[in-house]
Design a binder for this molecule. Structure first.
Ligand code: PLP
Length: 311
């Protein structure tokens, strides 16, 4: 049996008060905020095969990165510690105190070493990851590089498997699925899984960090399908809506309103960067169809959001 970090299956629950508040016919919530490893949310699924692959390749350092407040780097730090690997994080921008964001503080608490690119552009991380890995190799270490967000086929495959889990829980129901999309690994896996099952679901990715035309999800979904020898997704299997609002990492008024409804109607905690923006686009995306909101976590980002606002 494959090693998992997440406690699976995650619950699938009805959210009738939130459905009424949002004006949708019915609403299910897939609780991947409750994956139960660190504060990893959706990333707990992806990090298990990533750490297993690093171990299989006899790596001793996980090298990855993102923004200083990234949920993924927090989750990756915990997964590396769990797997007995050193963790080096490459973060965009100038150095900030480790206490400047709960995710960064948690990553440090799990023992990650932090480096900054000096450039706020997230692409600076992508450029720096191989450089950092090469320097570690020169020092005699064996690094394993994980792209931002864990968006590799190895990681995304965990969400291919999550489709099996969801379809079993749905017992024939066919809601429209709405999920936040950042680097795209999560959505890519879901698309590959949906295609493998003969396309029973409509899946809408709420792109929160880049314009929809820049989301590289089809190629990754095809890589996942190829790994398993399953049918290749087509371009029309990818459905994305722009949910960025004012931009990546910036709260939106619509997202804040949706998060407030979720909190007060169902006690669901949404973060301003991913999940709140995804829920905000759900009513328009599903119309009069039954809806399923795939909650991907982001708890520490939500806490950061609460601290920054006078609620
Ligand atoms: C809370 C949360 N939801 C959704 C996502 C999007 O996942 P992906 O990067 O696989 O698209 C992330 C990514 O970091 C996240 O932290």
């Amino acid at each position: 049996m494959a090693v998992t970090l997440a406690l699976l299956p995650t619950p699938l629950v009805q959210a009738p008060r939130l459905a009424a508040a949002l004006g949708v016919t019915s609403l299910l919530v897939k609780r991947d905020d409750l994956t139960g490893f660190a504060v990893a949310g959706n990333k707990a699924r992806q990090l298990a095969p990533i750490v297993a692959d690093a171990q299989a390749q006899h790596a001793d350092v996980l090298v990855t990165g993102g923004t200083p407040g990234s949920n993924f780097v927090q989750a990756a730090s915990a997964a590396a510690a769990w797997g007995g690997l050193r963790c080096v994080l490459v973060l965009a921008g100038d150095p900030v105190p480790l206490t400047s964001h709960p995710n960064l503080a948690a990553a440090a608490a799990w023992g990650a070493e932090v480096r900054f690119t000096g450039d706020a552009d997230r692409a600076s991380v992508d450029a720096q990851l191989p450089v950092t890995a090469a320097a570690l190799r020169e020092q005699g270490f064996s690094p394993y590089v994980v792209p931002r967000g864990g968006a590799s086929a190895t990681g995304a495959d965990a969400y291919r498997v999550a489709v099996d889990e969801l379809l079993e829980q749905l017992q024939g129901r066919r809601p429209v699925v709405v999920i936040a999309c950042g680097a795209g690994g999560t959505l890519a896996g879901l698309i590959a899984g949906n295609v493998a099952h003969g396309r029973p679901l409509r899946i809408v990715g709420a792109s929160v960090s880049r314009p929809v035309e820049d989301v590289q999800v089809l190629d990754l979904a095809r890589q996942v399908a190829a790994l398993r020898g399953e049918p290749a997704p087509r371009a029309d299997d990818v459905e994305l809506v722009d949910a960025r609002g004012p931009g990546h990492g910036l709260a939106s008024a619509a997202g804040d309103a949706a998060a407030c409804l979720a909190l007060r109607a169902e006690g669901l905690v949404l973060d301003p960067v991913y999940t709140a923006k995804a829920l905000a686009v759900l009513p328009a995306a599903v119309g009069d169809q039954a809806a399923l909101f795939w909650h991907t976590g982001g708890l520490l980002d939500a806490v950061a959001g609460f601290m920054g606002e006078d609620r």
